[in-house]
Design a protein around this ligand. Structure first.
Ligand SMILES: Cc1cc2nc3c(=O)[nH]c(=O)nc-3n(C[C@H](O)[C@H](O)[C@H](O)COP(=O)(O)OP(=O)(O)OC[C@H]3O[C@@H](n4cnc5c(N)ncnc54)[C@H](O)[C@@H]3O)c2cc1C
Length: 473
């Protein structure tokens, strides 16, 4: 029988206990919102992390309401069944990859924009709303939710759980700077709310911030209140080639210290831009002779609600970059600008198609980036690995695609990269999260006392350890 075909169950490989558990789940969500056995699509066995082993779960459940999430969680808790929350599965750290004994809680049927409040400048959404759907809804009324990780198919629930960042963090910060309130379900099945449509609170520990970035290990998020902003009308895209990698990076703090506030400030090495550009048919208009000299590029987007102010900012930034050693500054037309953004957003897919074995999203203080890039180049050549860089240089967060097929060598290369990032005052993951992929590095390189405190927090939220086991720790 098609395993999703409804009750009663005829499972060959499960215990009576599990059959009963499935029956109870179906009682909560209805059999159309439950998949098990061969009825589970392969998609639910993985996310987009490059190095993770795919794993089918025991079942996938699709709740439609918070009450259903609470009932599922209470059932899981009483039977000791692990639950793995899932948004769109676009994560890059293995955070949504299930274990063979777990049930995936997919939020794709909790995908409504519940309220757009243009007086308080907030939006209230269910966790399964995708960034693309939210943007479409807000664009119609001249507003924007400004955190755009490169994958617009990702959900707000996934964004909260990974504290997603993306290209616009240089101006607007990351998800945790935009989330004002959450409704969430604890492992016990209790439903709680914290925060709300207000921008300030000094009222005890901040549970909203604790749950943001917790990768589904502390609670299941069922409703989210986020800041929104008037959508700026005018934007300009600059492409800025440099013949010297160190000069690109050292120009970043100078631009940010000039009073300009770019929406996007990205770094791309010349090889990376060529590969990404070729994928989308990008014509930059940069003359061949300049391209020959360019080792790396800055890609900057400036925006404003007033065109005169934008003109002033373009002049300020362009003059400064030329003084700082840029080969030239190119203002792209609308079509080329859209292609450049598309090219940059395709970075992950380009790396994947070229056979990258892992992505590292270490973050260091902005000023340390030249030193860090230099060190990574040395690690690459010493280990015989190929490592290309592109990323959110305005935030000190460069994404490295690591091409090293030997598993042991790769582990050592990445450990050295992360260790050096930590030594420079950085962190292991800027925005992708630890999940299961970066867990071994966190356990080895992070302060053990801090890890123990995190474990105690985890136990307070989830004493039986049923929420996303094996992730983070
Ligand atoms: C091409 C590409 C580009 C990307 N670019 C960026 C980028 O620039 N910046 C960036 O930050 N990320 C980026 N990502 C990574 C990814 O898009 C983000 O991590 C995103 O937040 C994941 O959202 P999701 O809905 O796909 O979550 P999933 O992958 O489904 O889940 C991610 C984590 O969230 C947990 N989770 C999901 N929903 C809930 C919930 N309701 N309650 C509790 N926990 C939950 C899961 O258990 C898991 O631990 C990129 C990914 C791709 C494929």
């Amino acid at each position: 029988m098609g395993a999703s075909g409804g009750l009663p169950f005829r499972l060959m490989s499960t215990t009576k206990h599990f059959d009963e558990f499935l029956g109870s789940l179906a009682g909560v969500v209805g059999s159309r919102n439950l998949r098990y056995g061969e009825g589970i699509a392969e998609d639910y066995s993985h996310d987009e992390a490059l190095g993770e082993t795919w794993q089918m779960p025991l079942a996938v459940v699709f709740p439609e309401t918070t009450e259903q999430v609470a009932a599922i969680t209470a059932l899981a808790s009483s039977s000791g069944t692990p639950l793995v929350a899932r948004g769109s599965g676009t994560g890059l750290s293995g955070g949504a990859v299930p274990t063979s004994t777990s049930v995936v809680v997919s939020f794709e049927r909790m995908a409504e924009v519940l309220e757009v409040d243009t007086v308080n400048h907030v939006v209230v959404v269910q966790p399964g709303v995708t960034l693309a759907a939210l943007d479409e809804c807000l664009a119609e009324i001249g507003f924007v939710y400004p955190v755009f990780p490169g994958e617009l198919g990702s959900t707000l629930g996934g964004n909260i759980a990974t504290n997603a960042g993306g290209m616009r963090a240089v101006k607007y910060g990351v998800t945790r700077h935009q989330v004002l309130g959450l409704e969430f379900v604890l492992a016990s099945g209790e439903v709680m709310r914290s925060g709300g449509k207000f921008v300030k609170s000094s009222s005890g520990y901040d549970l909203v911030q604790l749950i943001t970035g917790s990768e589904g290990t502390l609670a299941l998020v069922t409703e989210i209140t986020l800041r929104i902003y008037p959508r700026p009308e005018f934007t300009t895209t600059l492409l800025v080639p440099f013949s010297n990698v160190a000069a690109v990076c050292s120009s970043v703090p100078e631009v940010l210290g000039s009073g300009a506030l770019p929406l996007i400030m990205e770094y791309m090495d010349a090889a990376g831009l060529a590969a990404m550009g070729a994928r989308v048919g990008l014509e930059t208009g940069v003359p061949e002779a300049v391209q020959q000299l360019a080792k790396a590029y800055l890609f900057i987007i400036l925006e404003d609600s007033k065109s005169e102010r934008l003109e002033d900012e373009i002049e300020l930034v362009s003059e400064l970059l030329l003084q700082l050693g840029a080969l030239d500054v190119y203002l792209l037309g609308d079509a080329a600008a859209a292609k450049l953004l598309e090219a940059r957003e395709s970075a992950f897919w380009v790396s994947k198609s070229l056979g990258a074995n892992d992505i590292v999203d270490v973050v260091v203080p902005r000023g340390e980036i030249p030193l860090y890039l230099d060190k990574v180049a040395r690690i690459a050549s010493d280990s015989g690995s190929f490592i290309s860089a592109a990323g959110h240089v305005g935030d000190g967060n460069v994404h490295f695609s690591v091409f090293q097929p030997d598993v042991i060598k790769r582990f050592e290369v990445i450990r050295e990269m992360l260790n050096y990032g930590l030594a420079l005052g950085g962190a292991i993951s800027a925005e992708h999260g630890i999940g299961s992929e970066k867990r071994e590095y966190l356990l080895e390189l992070e302060d053990p006392q801090k890890l123990e405190l995190m474990r105690r927090i985890k136990r307070a939220f989830d004493p039986a350890g049923i929420l996303n086991p094996g992730k983070v720790f």
